[in-house]
Write a protein that binds this ligand. Sequence first.
Ligand SMILES: [Zn+2]
Length: 306
Amino acid sequence: MILGLDVGGTKLAAGLVRADGSLIAHEMRPTIANGTAEALWEDVEDLIDTVLRSTDHDYDAVGIGCGGPMVWPNGRVSPVNIPAWRDYPLKEQMRQRFAGDRPIAIHNDAVALALAEHRWGAGRGTENMLGMVVSTGVGGGLILNGRRIDGHSGNAGHVGHIVAEHDGPVCNCGGRGCVERIARGPSIVAHAVELGWSGEQTGRAVAEGARAGDDAAVRAFARAGRAVGIAIASIAAALDLELVVIGGGIAQSGEVFFAPLLEAFDEYAGMAFVRQCQIIPAQLGYLAGISGAAAVVLDERERGAI
Ligand SMILES: [Zn+2]
């Protein structure tokens, strides 16, 4: 049994996960991204205490998925979309408070999602895949030749910061024209408002508007989907992928997001080995982050790293 913690820009989620990926107990709450570091940590503590009080099960390892970037593997995190935490020692805090002598592992939340989808979801049986999250941020995790890719500093897969519009707006990361800057939920909402959207200012509401045919909402989703499709064409050319699995709240919007994405991919992907890459929605749903945190533990254990 693994205690899994998922820290995203929108929500915190924690639960107990069996080694087959099934959840025994779980809890969620919003991420207060602009408060103090201490207040956010107290929310994490309270969330996990609530999970542990709800079940008689114990756990024998702790896994964490958290928005990037981070110093890895020591787990000092600076999530782009959580200003409250800069160089925050999340893994050490979790070790002291919840892990004790148990093994503990941390990775980027999108890497965690990629591992979970590879092990239990839409990526089963593939050797070369990108797991992507399109939500408050845009992230990714890579599995190539059957292995998780960490890169030089453990931050490989930050596909949200691939440039999709070379003269585009400045991104929270300090770059410009990044796919995240264009396709993240808050950017879709802001763009829809610029185009005349007058409904509720949430990604979910704009997605509903787009599905109902509202012109501003349709165009806002089309711009986001297009940026992601262009980015995937570049990534697939660099990495020779079989599969891209996309999860996260925005990806759950359906055709209004996927249709312009696939159209842009078709336009920008040229070579046959790039064009054969399949792009499909994630299977594991809104709790994938928790099972992803557990998948990080299992992956690290199989490597002998913990
Ligand atoms: Zn960026």
